[in-house]
Design a protein around this ligand. Structure first.
Ligand SMILES: *Cc1c(COP(=O)(O)O)cnc(C)c1O
Length: 423
């Protein structure tokens, strides 16, 4: 058995296709996103909790039966996935929920959850004997693809918009990618990448349209389930840009239930930045997504034309979850208190999930009595400038230490003159 894939189905017209079709539905065109289908009865026989427990592999390839890859496929050497899921009690108190967990996906090799998708992308490219793989990205998908390509010995061509943060662009160059900075928006970079892939036959890593990449994103959900001993939390908060990540995570829970590894699925809380929230609008109005001009500090989710909005909306509805928007101030604030209360450094798009959970609890959308989990999708070290806006500057102290005591007292690191007099 090479893998359990049975075919592809269009999310719009529901027509089934063989895996030989291209990236999108031959009938619906570019909006007809395809979804990978599997032989679940066979998968259920092949994969049990016990079998998984016996696997030592601390990467997301431990779930290969649930992925569209052959068992003899060449895999990148970089260790993707199996990121920690940890208790965040002080953050739980701050947010006002009974129990809160954090899944720290900033711990992936290139620093974001995108590694889960890119790693499957390079495996598929190698399988198709393609030597060049391309993508358009606001940053993380690109640095991730470049890293995975370097790990597999493939070339990468990356189209980034003008406002991609410098650290992410630097990461691309370090991984040897050919970086094409498009003097325009993400949408324009995306179009140029599509055209180039068609023209020169490169493998297209654009997550929204390449159905196999979302499969890689599933593994975040698979890990949450296994790490919590097959008892997923009540709510999972994730930020939403194109929509692939939350759709992928939800697919994991649906599949785990189908093959009998979990009994109950979580509700998904999709969070968008107020200035880039076309998916939330579609979710609330039950109408097709309308493109917007994105404006938010959370660059990784600043998507004006989300290609996978339909998959995301369907996933959130099916889970019994909901969507919420948060302002940039709330995102910066969440970077600050998440770091302070957990030791996890989240980039703006990742802190968005935490900010959304806080707001959803305050508004009564997520009950205070629940067990919640927020996925930190990317490391804050990728965009230190945004982080400095959240936390300000260090104290300046001359070498002779003058003024040091006043600062320490104000920071409550040493007793103040007043409290010392009392004791
Ligand atoms: C890409 C990304 C997201 C959102 O994923 P989509 O699939 O675009 O919805 C969230 N956080 C980070 C850090 C990302 O890089």
């Amino acid at each position: 058995m090479a893998n359990f894939v049975t075919g592809l189905v269009c999310v719009l017209c529901r027509t089934q296709f063989s895996t030989r079709v291209g990236y999108t539905c031959p009938r619906c065109g570019i909006t007809g996103i395809l979804d990978v289908q599997y032989d679940y009865p066979a998968m259920a026989k092949a994969l049990t909790r016990k079998k998984l427990a016996a696997r030592a592999d601390p990467t997301h390839w431990r779930y290969r039966e649930l992925l569209p890859i052959d068992d003899r496929a060449q895999l990148p050497s970089l260790a993707v996935g199996w990121t920690p899921t940890m208790a965040a009690d002080r953050l739980a108190r701050h947010i006002g929920v009974r129990e809160l967990l954090i899944k720290d996906d900033g711990r992936n090799p290139t620093g974001s959850l995108k590694d889960r998708a890119s790693s499957v992308g390079v495996v598929k490219a190698a399988e198709k004997r393609r030597k060049i793989i391309a993508c358009a990205s606001t940053g993380n998908a690109a640095s991730s693809l470049a890293g995975m390509a370097a790990s597999m010995g493939l070339r990468s061509a990356i189209f980034v918009p003008m406002r991609a943060p410098e650290p992410k662009v630097t990461q691309l160059l370090i991984f040897g990618a050919t970086v094409l900075r498009v003097g325009g928006s993400y949408e324009q970079a995306y179009e140029l990448c599509q055209q180039s892939c068609e023209r020169w036959g490169w493998y297209n890593r654009n997550c929204a349209i390449n159905p196999y990449l979302v499969e890689g994103k599933k593994t975040v959900g698979l890990e949450i389930a296994e790490q919590l001993e097959w008892k997923p939390p009540d709510w999972i908060a994730m930020s939403v840009g194109d929509g692939c990540t939350i759709a992928g995570a939800w697919k994991a829970f649906r599949e785990l239930k189908t093959i009998g590894l979990i009994a109950r699925t979580p509700r998904m809380l999709g969070v968008q930045a107020l200035g880039a929230a076309p998916v939330t609008a579609a979710f609330r109005t039950h109408r097709p997504m309308e493109p917007i001009e994105p404006k938010t500090i959370a660059d990784s989710i600043a998507v004006g034309v989300p290609r996978n909005w339909k998959k995301a909306v369907m996933a959130i509805e099916e889970s019994g979850g909901t969507m919420i928007n948060v302002a940039d101030d709330e995102i910066l604030d969440a970077m600050n208190y998440t770091g302070r209360l957990t030791g996890v450094f989240a980039e703006p798009a990742a802190a968005t999930a935490v900010a959304g959970l806080k707001r959803a609890v305050a508004e009564g959308l997520v009950p205070r009595t629940c067990r919640a989990l927020a996925v930190v999708t990317g490391s804050g070290l990728k965009d230190v400038r945004a982080a400095r806006r959240a936390v300000g500057n260090p104290f300046e102290v001359p070498p002779d230490g003058s003024g040091l005591e006043e600062i320490l007292a104000r920071q409550e690191l040493i007793p103040t003159a007043k409290s010392a007099a009392h004791s």
